[in-house]
Design a protein around this ligand. Structure first.
Ligand code: FAD
Ligand code: NAD
Length: 475
């Protein structure tokens, strides 16, 4: 007889596994279905984020930054190391161990919270009083019934037509995180978040990195001031060769090199690489999900259509995370997971998409929340701005990380904070203060009146807030 559940979550990424845990905590009989397998064919919970996304990329970013520090930065501290060498296999093994610890940890969290876990491909096959979901695994298939369904199937890398990803020569994020040796010449297509993070990793480890970006502007989603300064640092100090406005014509994989033919600055050009990474965005994953069997619709770009509370037009079917509108970020997926679990349990789950923080883990890091200066201008919002450079921060000087600044934008009439943009050390951590402030409807003056520890990087946030009222104390 088919098993019956209150909630079936399809997908165990940061959206799905969090939704399942929260639903079970609220007393709902919950199953989470996931098909992801590690390279050795073992079921591995955690989705893109834990297996081939956030966690492994941050592990490699940290390792590569340490290598670069040992090579180029320890000397100024009077620490002299001779014969610094790189062992890529150990670096990758460390990354894999971190991934394994986290992915297996989700299985333990499921047990602790009494979430049933099924491995296999989930597909809706029909509705009625309950929904039927067929779960197809290696050893056959089983159909279960669920009163509520949460679609959390995430996203997959966007492909470039005619370019075959083999994850050896031509890689997407999965291959880019597992290159067995440092390529002499690394080509990256797409100067977005993955292109910059992965480009930074392999550049620090010794590759010559060229990034080919279709758009004529750099980091269009970021505040223009931040993007301009980041461009200067990434191209001049970091040494990434970023070619904006590049149109890819052909990619040919040869025995000795991967040749990329592209148009740039009005001329046809060709570059040869040892490895190529394709990072041109991600697309929602609704493949073979049986949405049509219950009447759930996708929009023109393939995202499952949901309202502001992640409800599809079909009662009791919800969708969260990368497979729906909004930024493709792990924390956004997780918060939507909590919200739908609470909605299913009769509570009022809600996520404010206006205040989702963004972080790009380059060096220096980039982080922001809220609106950019260019958005405020185009919306004709009157604002005031305070900008404080890290070069004046004592803590940043001690760290030896003085590039970048904090910029705060506040409404000219009400002083309410509308956006905060950071380029600098630990921007990923600093941005949280801005998110909290904005969620509580704070003004720049509120931040200016709060005591910030000295010496700390957070003083730059304090000074940026003072700067909104043109009363810097340290500038
Ligand atoms: P996913 O994590 O994609 O999980 C979906 C799961 O569902 C997968 O396990 C998939 O196999 C499974 N699935 C799909 N269809 C079915 C089916 N029919 N049946 C069963 N299972 C199915 N975000 C950040 O916030 N911070 C970062 O630092 C960051 N770094 C990233 C680095 C890289 C290289 C990449 C690629 C992404 C990164 N992201 C980061 C984005 C982040 O990984 C995603 O936003 C997040 O994983 C989305 O979560 P999700 O639960 O919606 O989907
Ligand atoms: P992205 O959208 O950040 O960047 C893709 C880039 O590729 C864009 O600049 C786009 O203009 C360019 N592009 C598209 N088609 C192209 C083509 N044919 N030729 C050349 N350039 C082309 O996407 P991504 O870097 O692939 O990352 C996917 C998503 O994963 C991100 O949007 C983000 O949501 C998530 N992610 C987040 C983090 C983080 O939070 N730190 C890290 C990695 C990935």
């Amino acid at each position: 007889m088919a098993k019956n559940f209150d909630v079936a979550v399809i997908g165990a990424g940061p959206g799905g596994y969090i939704a399942a845990i929260r639903a079970a905590q609220l007393g709902l009989n919950t199953v989470c279905i996931d098909e992801f397998e590690s390279v050795d064919g073992r079921p591995s919970l955690g989705g893109t984020c834990l297996n081939v996304g956030c966690i492994p990329s941050k592990a490699l970013l940290e390792s590569s930054e340490n290598y670069e520090r040992a090579l180029h930065k320890f000397g100024e501290h009077g620490i002299n190391i001779k014969d610094v060498s790189l062992d890529v296999a150990t670096m990758l093994a460390r990354k894999d161990k971190i991934v394994q610890q986290f992915t297996s940890g989700i299985g333990l969290l499921f047990k602790k919270n009494k979430v049933s876990s099924m491995h296999g491909h989930g597909r809706l096959t029909g509705g009625g009083e309950a929904f039927q979901i067929e779960v197809k695994g290696k050893d056959g298939s089983e159909t279960i019934n669920a009163k509520n369904v949460v679609i959390a199937t995430g996203s997959v890398p966007r492909q470039i037509p005619g370019v075959k990803v083999d994850n050896v020569s031509v890689c997407d994020n999965t291959g880019a995180l597992s290159l067995k040796e440092v390529p002499g010449r690394l080509g990256v297509i797409g100067a977005g978040v993955i292109g910059l993070e992965m480009g930074s990793v392999w550049k620090r480890l010794g590759s010559e990195v060229t990034i080919l970006e279709a758009l004529p502007t750099f980091l269009g989603a970021a505040d223009e001031g931040i993007a301009k300064e980041a461009w200067r640092i990434f191209t001049k100090s970091v040494g990434l060769d970023i070619k904006l406005g590049s149109k890819i014509d052909a990619v040919k994989v040869g025995k000795k090199a991967i040749s990329v033919q592209f148009e740039h600055e009005g001329a046809s050009q060709k570059l040869d690489f040892d490895r190529l990474v394709i990072a041109v965005g991600r697309v929602p994953n609704t493949q073979d999900l049986g949405l049509e069997s219950v009447g759930v619709k996708v929009d023109a770009r393939g995202f499952v259509e949901v309202d502001e509370r992640n409800r599809t037009a079909v009662a009791n079917v919800y969708a969260i995370g990368d497979v729906v509108r909004g930024p493709m970020l792990a924390h956004k997926s997780s918060e939507e997971g909590v919200a739908v679990a609470e909605t299913i349990a009769g509570q009022h789950g809600h996520v404010n998409l206006e205040h989702i923080p963004w972080v790009i883990y380059t060096s220096p890091e980039i982080a922001w929340v809220g609106r950019t200066e260019q958005q405020l201008k185009s919306d004709a919002v009157e604002y005031r701005s305070g900008q404080f450079p890290f070069i004046v921060s004592g803590r940043a000087r001690a760290l030896g990380e003085t590039a970048g600044f904090v910029k705060m934008l506040a409404d000219a009439q009400t002083d309410r904070i509308l956006g905060v943009h950071i380029l600098g050390p630990f921007a990923s951590e600093l941005i949280s203060e801005a998110v909290v402030a904005m969620e509580f409807g704070a003004t720049a003056e509120d931040i200016a009146r709060i005591v910030h520890a000295h010496p700390s990087l957070s003083e730059a946030m304090h000074e940026a807030a003072l700067g909104v009222d043109k009363r810097f104390l340290s500038l």
